[in-house]
Design a protein around this ligand. Structure first.
Ligand code: PMP
Length: 352
C-alpha cells in the first residue's frame, strides 16, 4: 500500500477480469466472447477507418452512432447514450442514477462489477438473494430500494426474467430507477427496450461485445427516457468527453447495418448452446436453463475448481468463481462447434 493512496482507493476491492491469455492455442471459453467474429461489413468499415483523419478528435457526441441505434430500436437519439463498452456505461449509470439515500438493490448472484462500482462511488447496496433455482423474484425488490440494477439474462447464471415481471416492477416502483443490464439478451430473451417509451424509470444497457462480436472495439450503449440519458451525459462530460474513438464509432455503425449476419451468428451460438447443455447433462452435470452465450453447470460429485484446473491442463479455459453459493459451478462460454466438442471430450476424459 502506498502512503499516497486516497482513502477511497484503500477501501476498493477491484473487479478481477477473466484471464486473457498471451498464448493463442487455447480454447477460450472463459469470458463470453463470440466465436464467430464481427460482420465483414464491420471489418470493411475498420479498413476504411485507416483513411479516417485520426489527427482529429472524434465526434464527442457520437451523433451518427446514436442515430443508428435509435433507428434500430425505433426511438430518438435523445433516448440513446453510448460509451466505451457497457462497463463504462454502467459506471456512469452508477454515478448518475443509482446513488441515493436508500440502498441500491441488486441480486446476490449477479455481475461482480456492481459491488465494485458501489465501492468506487460510495453507494450503499443490498444484495437480494436469488431463489433456490437461481431466479430473480421481482417481489423482493421493495420501495426501500433507492434504485435497482440486475443483468437480464443474469450473469453468471444465464437465467432469464420475463418482460412481464420487469414491467410489473417498473409499474410498482415508478419513482425508482431500474437498470436492466442486457449484455446477453440477444441470445434468448426479449429486450426491455420495448418498455422504454412507457416507463421513464427504465434504463436498458446493452453491449456490442457479445452478440455483435466486438469485445475488442469497446462499444456499449444505454437506452432510456431522455432525462435519464441527460444524467449520463452530464457524468460523461465531467469525466471523458471523447469516450468512443473514430474507428469504434464507424465499426459500431457498420455492425447495425448487417442484420443478416447478426441474426445468423446469434442463431449458431444458440444452437450450439442447446446441444452442449444436453451433452453436459449426459456427463452428469446439472445445467441451469440459459438464455445467454454461456452455460452455468455443476457436477454433483466433482469440485468445480479442480475441473477448471484439469481443463486448463488440456488447454481449455472456463470460468470458475470462488464466490458464495456458486463455487460449485463452472461458467462455460459457447464456442464454435469444434470448441464445444473439444470441451465435451475433455470433460468426459476428466470424469472417467
Ligand atoms: N454486463 C455484464 C452482465 C457482463 O457480463 C459484461 C461482460 N463482462 C458487461 C456488462 C460488460 O461488457 P462490455 O464492457 O464488454 O460491454
Amino acid at each position: 500500500m502506498s502512503k499516497f493512496w486516497s482513502p477511497v482507493v484503500v477501501r476498493l476491492t477491484p473487479y478481477v477480469p477473466g484471464e486473457q491469455p498471451k498464448i493463442t492455442n487455447l480454447i477460450k471459453l472463459n469470458t463470453n466472447e463470440n466465436p464467430y467474429g464481427p460482420s465483414p461489413r464491420v471489418l470493411a468499415a475498420l479498413k476504411d477507418a485507416a483513411a479516417d483523419p485520426l489527427r482529429l478528435y472524434p465526434d464527442p457526441n457520437a451523433d451518427d452512432l446514436k442515430a443508428t441505434i435509435a433507428r434500430y430500436h425505433d426511438l430518438t437519439p435523445a433516448h440513446v447514450f453510448v460509451g466505451n463498452g457497457s462497463d463504462e456505461v454502467l459506471a456512469h449509470a452508477f454515478m448518475a442514477l443509482l446513488k441515493h439515500d436508500r440502498p441500491l438493490y441488486f441480486p446476490d448472484i449477479s455481475y461482480s462489477f456492481y459491488p465494485v462500482y458501489c465501492g468506487l462511488y460510495d453507494i450503499s447496496y443490498r444484495a437480494v438473494p436469488v431463489d433456490e433455482a437461481y431466479r430473480i423474484d421481482v417481489n423482493d425488490y421493495d420501495a426501500d430500494a433507492g434504485a435497482v440494477i440486475f443483468p437480464n439474462p443474469n450473469a453468471p447464471t444465464g437465467r432469464l426474467l420475463g418482460l412481464a415481471d420487469i414491467e410489473a416492477l417498473l409499474t410498482r416502483l415508478p419513482d425508482v430507477v431500474v437498470v436492466v443490464d442486457e449484455a446477453y439478451i440477444d441470445f434468448g430473451g426479449d429486450s426491455a427496450i420495448a418498455l422504454v417509451q412507457r416507463h421513464p424509470n427504465l434504463l436498458v444497457v446493452q453491449t456490442l461485445s457479445k452478440s455483435r462480436s466486438l469485445a475488442g472495439l469497446r462499444v456499449g450503449f444505454a437506452v432510456g427516457h431522455p432525462d435519464l440519458i441527460e444524467g449520463l451525459e452530464r457524468v460523461k462530460n465531467s469525466f471523458n468527453s471523447y469516450p468512443l474513438d473514430r474507428p469504434a464509432q464507424l465499426g459500431a455503425i457498420a455492425s447495425f447495418e448487417d442484420e443478416a449476419y447478426f441474426q445468423e451468428a446469434r442463431a449458431k451460438v444458440i444452437a450450439s448452446r442447446e446441444w452442449l447443455i444436453e451433452d453436459l447433462q449426459e456427463l452428469g452435470f446439472d445445467v441451469l436453463p440459459s438464455a445467454a452465450n454461456f452455460v452455468f453447470a455443476r457436477h454433483p460429485q466433482r469440485d468445480a475448481g479442480e475441473l477448471a484446473a484439469a481443463l486448463r491442463q488440456r488447454a481449455i479455459l472456463v470460468r470458475h468463481f470462488k464466490a458464495p453459493r456458486i463455487e460449485q459451478f463452472l461458467r462455460i462460454s459457447i464456442g464454435n462447434d469444434a470448441e464445444c466438442e473439444a470441451l465435451v471430450k475433455a470433460l468426459s476424459e476428466i470424469l472417467r
